[in-house]
Design a binder for this molecule. Structure first.
Ligand SMILES: [Fe+2]
Ligand SMILES: [Fe+2]
Length: 190
């Protein structure tokens, strides 16, 4: 079956390649932190991203969606640059920008779910929901690491993400189950 939804196809292709960028970035990030428990947590996050990439590919194959060579090259380069930069920009910034990036990734999966649902396809709901929630857990991990850091208010002001501002409306403390997750990442239609 082919999907008649260019925005969804693009989102899947981009997410597939961006997961690789994230995984590369976490290799550098894990390599650059000193604390063993941080290394371990970031290694696990890297594994989560490779798993996401595999899951997205399975969905793409089901609808004959090709991998985008453009996104593959672009995100390969981005991932490697971030990975190396972790060794030179100190401890705070990799935590901050990882959290900020994860915050935006959350809604990509909920948006895919909405797009599939708009085509009457529900079979990926649980999988996409779980991937979105996993990205939220990543965001919270990085935020927890820096929430008391004196640099955070300053960065939050300039880059729009931090303890008070998130790019999604998911609260892990009060999580909705998959069937009630409709309100997650809803774009307001005006
Ligand atoms: Fe991911
Ligand atoms: Fe993630």
């Amino acid at each position: 079956m082919k999907l008649e939804h260019p925005a969804l196809i693009d989102l899947l292709q981009r997410a597939y390649s961006a997961e690789k960028a994230a995984a590369f970035a976490y290799q550098g990030h894990a390599g650059s932190v000193r604390k063993a428990e941080e290394k371990k947590a970031i290694n696990q996050i890297e594994i989560d991203e490779w798993n996401h990439r595999r899951e997205v590919l399975t969905i793409m194959k089901q609808y004959d969606i090709p991998v985008s060579k453009y996104y593959e090259v672009r995100f390969h380069i981005i991932g490697k640059i971030i990975s190396y930069s972790c060794y030179i920009i100190g401890w705070f910034m990799p935590f901050y920008f990882a959290g900020r990036l994860e915050s935006g990734n959350v809604c990509e999966y909920f948006r895919m779910k909405q797009f599939f649902n708009s085509l009457g396809i529900k079979e990926h709901d649980v999988q996409l929901y779980n991937m979105g929630i996993k990205e939220k857990e990543h965001e919270v991990y990085f935020l927890d690491g820096i929430k008391n850091n004196k640099l955070l208010p300053f960065f939050e002001k300039f880059f729009g993400w931090g303890g008070k501002n998130s790019f999604n409306n998911i609260d892990l403390e009060k999580k909705y189950p998959v069937e009630e997750s409709e309100s997650y990442c809803k774009v307001k239609s005006s």
